[in-house]
Design a protein around this ligand. Structure first.
Ligand SMILES: [Zn+2]
Length: 133
Protein backbone atom coordinates (compact mmCIF):
# COMPACT_ATOMS: atom_id res chain seq x y z
CA UNK A 1 0.00 0.00 0.00
CA UNK A 2 1.23 3.46 -0.86
CA UNK A 3 2.28 5.48 2.15
CA UNK A 4 0.35 8.67 2.73
CA UNK A 5 2.72 9.97 5.35
CA UNK A 6 3.18 13.70 5.66
CA UNK A 7 6.49 15.22 6.62
CA UNK A 8 6.94 18.92 7.22
CA UNK A 9 9.58 21.01 8.90
CA UNK A 10 8.92 22.56 12.29
CA UNK A 11 8.73 25.97 10.61
CA UNK A 12 6.01 24.74 8.27
CA UNK A 13 4.02 23.20 11.12
CA UNK A 14 4.41 26.35 13.17
CA UNK A 15 2.90 28.36 10.35
CA UNK A 16 -0.04 26.01 9.88
CA UNK A 17 -0.97 25.29 13.51
CA UNK A 18 -2.10 27.48 16.37
CA UNK A 19 0.49 27.85 19.17
CA UNK A 20 -1.49 25.40 21.37
CA UNK A 21 -1.84 22.86 18.56
CA UNK A 22 1.88 23.16 17.83
CA UNK A 23 2.81 22.70 21.48
CA UNK A 24 0.72 19.51 21.76
CA UNK A 25 1.22 17.94 18.33
CA UNK A 26 4.85 18.77 17.67
CA UNK A 27 6.31 19.22 21.16
CA UNK A 28 4.40 16.45 22.97
CA UNK A 29 2.63 18.96 25.14
CA UNK A 30 -0.42 18.21 27.25
CA UNK A 31 -3.34 20.58 27.40
CA UNK A 32 -4.90 21.53 30.72
CA UNK A 33 -7.68 19.10 31.74
CA UNK A 34 -11.22 20.23 30.90
CA UNK A 35 -9.70 22.83 28.52
CA UNK A 36 -11.01 21.28 25.33
CA UNK A 37 -14.45 21.81 23.87
CA UNK A 38 -14.21 18.27 22.54
CA UNK A 39 -14.82 16.92 26.04
CA UNK A 40 -18.42 17.95 25.66
CA UNK A 41 -18.99 16.59 22.17
CA UNK A 42 -21.49 13.74 22.21
CA UNK A 43 -22.81 14.02 18.69
CA UNK A 44 -22.11 11.44 16.02
CA UNK A 45 -19.01 12.14 13.98
CA UNK A 46 -15.29 11.76 13.54
CA UNK A 47 -12.37 13.20 15.41
CA UNK A 48 -9.66 14.13 12.95
CA UNK A 49 -6.03 15.07 13.33
CA UNK A 50 -5.78 18.86 13.69
CA UNK A 51 -2.60 18.84 11.64
CA UNK A 52 -3.35 16.56 8.66
CA UNK A 53 -7.12 15.83 8.92
CA UNK A 54 -6.69 12.07 9.14
CA UNK A 55 -9.70 10.41 10.77
CA UNK A 56 -8.52 9.09 14.14
CA UNK A 57 -11.49 8.31 16.35
CA UNK A 58 -15.22 7.83 15.99
CA UNK A 59 -17.71 9.26 18.46
CA UNK A 60 -18.95 5.66 18.85
CA UNK A 61 -15.84 4.81 20.90
CA UNK A 62 -15.90 7.98 23.01
CA UNK A 63 -16.64 7.71 26.71
CA UNK A 64 -16.60 10.03 29.68
CA UNK A 65 -13.48 9.10 31.63
CA UNK A 66 -13.84 11.99 34.07
CA UNK A 67 -10.20 12.93 33.46
CA UNK A 68 -10.91 16.13 31.57
CA UNK A 69 -9.42 14.84 28.33
CA UNK A 70 -11.40 13.41 25.41
CA UNK A 71 -11.24 9.63 25.89
CA UNK A 72 -11.87 6.72 23.56
CA UNK A 73 -11.68 2.96 23.97
CA UNK A 74 -10.33 2.39 20.46
CA UNK A 75 -9.10 4.29 17.38
CA UNK A 76 -11.18 4.29 14.21
CA UNK A 77 -8.83 1.64 12.78
CA UNK A 78 -5.52 0.04 13.64
CA UNK A 79 -3.89 2.07 10.89
CA UNK A 80 -5.12 5.44 12.20
CA UNK A 81 -2.62 5.77 15.02
CA UNK A 82 0.83 4.58 15.99
CA UNK A 83 2.08 3.93 19.49
CA UNK A 84 5.50 4.41 20.97
CA UNK A 85 6.98 3.84 24.42
CA UNK A 86 7.40 7.15 26.23
CA UNK A 87 9.78 7.21 29.19
CA UNK A 88 9.57 10.91 29.96
CA UNK A 89 8.47 12.19 33.38
CA UNK A 90 10.07 9.21 35.21
CA UNK A 91 7.37 6.77 34.15
CA UNK A 92 6.74 4.47 31.23
CA UNK A 93 3.68 5.34 29.22
CA UNK A 94 2.52 4.55 25.72
CA UNK A 95 2.41 7.57 23.49
CA UNK A 96 -0.22 7.76 20.72
CA UNK A 97 0.69 9.48 17.47
CA UNK A 98 -1.13 10.23 14.24
CA UNK A 99 -0.06 7.61 11.72
CA UNK A 100 0.04 10.07 8.84
CA UNK A 101 1.87 13.11 10.20
CA UNK A 102 3.47 11.73 13.36
CA UNK A 103 1.73 14.35 15.49
CA UNK A 104 1.50 13.67 19.23
CA UNK A 105 -2.10 13.00 20.26
CA UNK A 106 -1.89 11.72 23.82
CA UNK A 107 -1.34 8.42 25.64
CA UNK A 108 -3.10 5.09 25.91
CA UNK A 109 -3.69 3.35 29.26
CA UNK A 110 -5.06 -0.08 30.09
CA UNK A 111 -7.77 1.03 32.52
CA UNK A 112 -10.49 1.71 29.94
CA UNK A 113 -13.96 0.23 29.58
CA UNK A 114 -15.12 -2.81 27.63
CA UNK A 115 -14.82 -4.02 24.92
CA UNK A 116 -11.09 -3.19 24.70
CA UNK A 117 -10.16 -2.24 28.26
CA UNK A 118 -8.12 0.60 26.78
CA UNK A 119 -8.32 4.31 27.46
CA UNK A 120 -7.00 6.55 24.72
CA UNK A 121 -6.46 9.79 26.61
CA UNK A 122 -6.29 12.43 23.91
CA UNK A 123 -5.57 16.13 23.75
CA UNK A 124 -8.52 17.98 22.27
CA UNK A 125 -6.07 20.50 20.80
CA UNK A 126 -4.66 17.75 18.60
CA UNK A 127 -8.01 16.99 17.01
CA UNK A 128 -10.92 18.53 15.16
CA UNK A 129 -14.47 17.21 15.31
CA UNK A 130 -16.45 16.66 12.14
CA UNK A 131 -20.12 16.03 12.66
CA UNK A 132 -21.71 13.26 10.60
CA UNK A 133 -25.40 12.99 9.75
ZN1 LIG B 1 -1.97 13.87 11.53
Amino acid sequence: MKSDKIEKTNAEWRKQLTPEQYRVLRQQGTERPFASELNKVHEHGFFKCAACAKELFSSDAKFDSGTGWPSFYQPISNEAVETKVDKSFFSTRTEVLCERCGGHLGHVFDDGPEPTGLRYCMNGAAMKFEKQP
